[in-house]
Design a protein around this ligand. Sequence first.
Ligand SMILES: Nc1ncnc2c1ncn2[C@@H]1O[C@H](COP(=O)(O)OP(=O)(O)OP(=O)(O)O)[C@@H](O)[C@H]1O
Ligand SMILES: [Mg+2]
Length: 156
Amino acid sequence: MKIKVKNLDETKKMAQAFASLIDKKGLFVTLTGDIGAGKTQFIRYILEYLNVKDKVTSPSFVILNEYKSELCPIYHFDLYRLEEKGLKSIISELREYSKEGYLTFIEWAEFAHDEIPKNAFKINVLYDEDDVDIRWFEFIENNNNKEFIENLSKRL
Ligand SMILES: Nc1ncnc2c1ncn2[C@@H]1O[C@H](COP(=O)(O)OP(=O)(O)OP(=O)(O)O)[C@@H](O)[C@H]1O
Ligand SMILES: [Mg+2]
């Protein structure tokens, strides 16, 4: 499912709808796509909806942030500055936080190569080819998230 987003307000509405569907089982979400297209902003709005009080940074040097919420532990990876060697250093965390009971976001999941679990909920965020103000959020369907995406489309 591809959703067109024209401004931050629309990103916020979409993030709220997305967050409202997450339960205690958590979710393992990967975000790929264009640089600066709005991945961090989307995550920030989800965490805001989930009442996370900590400041959500767009980490330049931090690869992994942890946030607390009533729902479940939340982890936010940004792999943009991860070197090849660095991937090895976070593999155990990636595996652990892909289990049920964690809500995990991976920005720049491109850099994790085959270490992304098969059941990941993949989101690709791109700029529109003609209009830089427009961004596209593509929610990629798999066997686990069909119902989630159906419900998301109903709430948008
Ligand atoms: N839908 C939108 N409409 C307008 N501006 C947006 C939108 N989404 C994000 N922005 C703005 O674009 C800038 C980059 O957003 P953000 O940091 O979320 O992108 P990103 O995909 O995480 O970037 P990076 O690839 O560096 O991780 C920010 O200033 C943000 O406020
Ligand atoms: Mg970012």
